[in-house]
Write a protein that binds this ligand. Sequence first.
Ligand code: NIG
Ligand code: FE
Length: 417
Amino acid sequence: MTSLVISNAEQIVTLEGTGPLRGESLRSVTPDARASIGIEGDLFESVGHASGGDSEFDASGCSVVPGFVDCHTHLPFFGWRADEDTARLSGIRYETLHREEGGIFRSARLLSEATDEEALAFSLRLASEMLRSGTTSFETKSGYGLSIEAELRQLRLARRLAEMVPQTVVSTCLAAHAVPKDGSAGQWVGQAANELLPAAASEDLATSVDVYVESIAFALEHAARLHEAAKSLGLRMRMHADQLEDGQGGSFAARWGFVSADHLNHTSLPAAGDLAASDTAAVLLPGATFTLRQSKKPPARNFIEEGAIVALGSDLNPGTSPIRSMPFVMALACRLYGLRPLEALAASTVNAAHVCGLGDTLGRLAPGYRADAVVLDVPNFEQICYRPDHDPVVAVVCGGEVLHVAPGAEGRLRRGP
Ligand code: NIG
Ligand code: FE
């Protein structure tokens, strides 16, 4: 028996197919007109025609897209760093703030001074706001620990957060984010590879490992060491690459079969070609470009046109991207990077699910996929990108349940027996 029907939508964008959408498969995506969607339990049952559900959401005049997948966040964290942003607006560089009590070190201290309950309450509130903007799954990361124990604590907090939210959550151990004050980069990476990653893997605290390759942080040789350790533990590898300078991270990640290379502002055209020819996703984070007012943008059109797997994330963090709305991120990707609305949508759903290792189960409106969907109060989804300050979300369906209905739209929902 169909438990929920989303009826009479003006437009639905199913993003059907298998695997991530890239090259020709991305170019051939078209939205469908006039459709209803049937949900049974937490899965889509029928997409196109459906009727007679226990409950019904009337989507007349609306468009429906898959629930957004935010494949790059720095949750859980505690506290903001607005004064650093103000300093940057007066001309101080991010790199200059990244020392002593500033930047990542400051967020590590704020997290260490917060109780578990305080850190969870802070992060939970952000996760609920993300749900109301249509994010039905997201990635969490460590990286504000900077010691073995503190990194494990942040990963355990991420696990508790995952248990408290309705969204699907995947966890990444950002094992190398800032070089701890009392050691060298090499020493820390050795410890991370020999102690942190095996401990995280034995407690099942992460499915991926991440490394920040930048001259203020870690080098490619450290990424190689972590890759080796991750591989032996069955963990997937990601990289913060080429964000502030061209550190050759993008092509390195592609060559070594990393799941993703993220940021990529300074990635060269040959390296864009390397990524396009590989299965390493180019994860674009325009929220950070916007916040840091970076004039250097990733070669996004090259990624798309040469067939790379392109995904988008919020990069939600207190330093470089205090941004949690995927509709806003999609608008930024179109404005700043030249993505087209359909490319931005695929990058925020099916391709982001692929980056999270969830591509077979969510990110599309297709029978058998997890019933995560966003109903938009606009007849075509392009308006997400066209009207960046309009909140288009009318309803969010997460795991088959209508978990958010925007004020004024309550009458569209008829709850069944
Ligand atoms: O993805 N660049 C490294 N990591 C984050 C920023 C972390 C911070 O400043 O707290 C990023 O932009
Ligand atoms: Fe990041």
